[in-house]
Design a protein around this ligand. Structure first.
Ligand code: 1BN
Ligand code: ZN
Length: 330
C-alpha cells in the first residue's frame, strides 16, 4: 500500500507550500497509524453496505483521512492562509481524479471589513437537464483565544464531499445519465461576529443569488447540505427548514439501510447553508448532527478534534446521501 503525505492524487504532486507540507506530515503520521493499528484499520461497520441497496465504493476510512488532513491545516477562517492551503488541497484531490472544479471568487462585506472568499464547485456530468447539489462548508469559525480546528465543524463536510465526489465521478463517469451533480464547498458559512442574517452563510447566499439571477434555480431537483456529520456518536437533526418530502425520504432511506433511529423524533430548526436556497423555493435537505459531545460542549470548542469522529459515521451518512441521490435520479 502506498504511504503518502496526502491521500490520493495529491501524493504525486511536488513542492507543496510549506504549510501544506507541515499539515500533510500530520496526515501522514495519522495515516501510518491507521495502517498499523488493526482496530482502526478494520473496515467500517456499515450495515448499509449489506442492506438491500448496496452502494459500492463509499469508504468511511478514506473520508476519515480527508477529515484528518482538513483539520491538520489548523484554524481556517475565511480569508486566512490556512483556508487557502485547504482549498489547494481540495482542488488537487478533485482535479487529480479528473473532476472539473470552478473557483467562484467573491468579496464578502463582513463586520470585520471586506473578506475575499471562494466557493468551489465540482461538476459531475448528467444529461437529464436537472441538477442535484451536494453542499457543505470548508471554512471554520475564527474563535479568539483557542485553537479551533473544526474537525467536525468544517472538516467533516469537506471530507465527505471529497469522498462523494470521488465515488460519484467513478459511478457516473461511464454513462453521464441522470442529473448533473454539483459538489459545492462553501466558504464563509460561519459568522465573523455574532450569527445574523447578514453575518453568516456568505458563500451559499452568493451562489443562490447568482443562480437566481441566471434563472437556474428551477433546474435544481434537490440541494442536500452536510454539516458536522462525522460525530462518532451520530444522530441527525430532523430539520424543520428542510423540505418535508426530502426529510421524509431521508428518514425512510435511513431505516431501510438499517438505521431506524438515525434521526431525532422531534423537529428542530437549524440555520445553515441550505437556507438561502430554501428561501428561493429550492427543495432542500439539511443533514446535521447538532448534539456534539456532552451537552453539545464540543461545538465551537477546542475539543472539536479528529478523535471525536468515526469512519462508521461517514459511511452511514455517505451511503444515505448516495441512496437519496439514486432515488431522486430515477
Ligand atoms: C453549524 C455549524 N452552524 C455553525 N456551525 C450553523 C448554526 C449557527 C447552527 C447557529 C446553530 C446556531
Ligand atoms: Zn460552526
Amino acid at each position: 500500500m502506498q504511504l503518502s503525505i496526502f491521500p490520493g492524487n495529491a501524493a504525486r504532486r511536488s513542492a507543496p507550500w510549506l504549510r501544506e507540507l507541515l499539515a500533510g506530515a500530520a496526515g501522514t503520521l495519522a495515516f501510518t497509524l491507521a495502517l498499523v493499528l488493526p482496530l482502526y484499520a478494520a473496515p467500517p461497520s456499515n450495515p448499509a453496505r449489506s442492506a438491500s441497496h448496496p452502494v459500492p465504493g463509499l469508504n468511511g476510512e478514506r473520508a476519515m483521512v480527508f477529515a484528518r488532513s482538513a483539520a491538520s491545516f489548523g484554524p481556517r477562517p475565511s480569508g486566512s492562509p490556512a483556508i487557502e492551503g485547504l482549498r489547494r488541497f481540495i482542488l488537487r484531490e478533485l482535479r487529480g481524479n479528473g473532476i472539473p472544479v470552478e473557483e467562484q471568487r467573491f468579496t464578502a462585506r463582513t463586520p470585520a471589513g471586506d473578506v475575499p472568499m471562494v466557493n468551489l464547485i465540482a461538476r459531475i456530468p448528467g444529461n437529464s437537464g436537472q441538477r442535484i447539489l451536494l453542499t457543505g462548508h470548508y471554512d471554520t469559525k475564527r474563535i479568539q483565544g483557542i485553537q479551533f480546528v473544526g474537525a467536525n465543524d468544517g472538516g467533516s463536510s469537506t471530507a465527505l464531499l471529497l469522498e462523494l465526489a470521488t465515488v460519484l465521478s467513478k459511478r457516473k463517469g461511464a454513462t453521464g445519465s441522470g442529473p448533473e451533480i454539483w459538489i459545492v464547498f462553501f466558504d464563509g458559512e460561519e459568522a465573523v461576529g455574532d450569527w445574523s442574517e447578514t453575518d453568516s452563510l456568505y458563500g451559499s447566499r452568493h451562489l443562490a443569488s447568482q443562480m437566481e439571477r441566471e434563472g437556474r434555480l428551477r433546474s435544481i431537483r434537490a440541494l442536500i447540505n452536510l454539516d458536522m456529520i462525522g460525530d462518532r456518536d451520530l444522530n441527525l437533526v430532523l430539520e424543520y427548514n428542510s423540505t418535508a418530502a426530502l426529510r421524509n425520504l431521508a428518514v425512510e432511506v435511513a431505516a431501510a439501510q438499517g438505521h431506524p433511529d438515525l434521526f431525532d423524533r422531534h423537529l428542530s430548526a437549524i440555520e445553515d447553508d441550505h437556507i438561502p436556497f430554501a428561501k428561493l423555493n429550492v427543495p432542500v435537505l439539511n443533514l446535521i448532527d447538532f448534539s456534539y459531545g456532552p451537552r453539545h460542549a464540543w461545538w465551537h470548542s477546542e475539543a472539536d478534534t479528529i478523535d471525536k469522529l468515526s469512519p462508521a459515521s461517514f459511511g452511514i451518512v455517505g451511503n444515505l446521501v448516495l441512496e437519496i441521490v439514486d432515488r431522486l435520479s430515477r
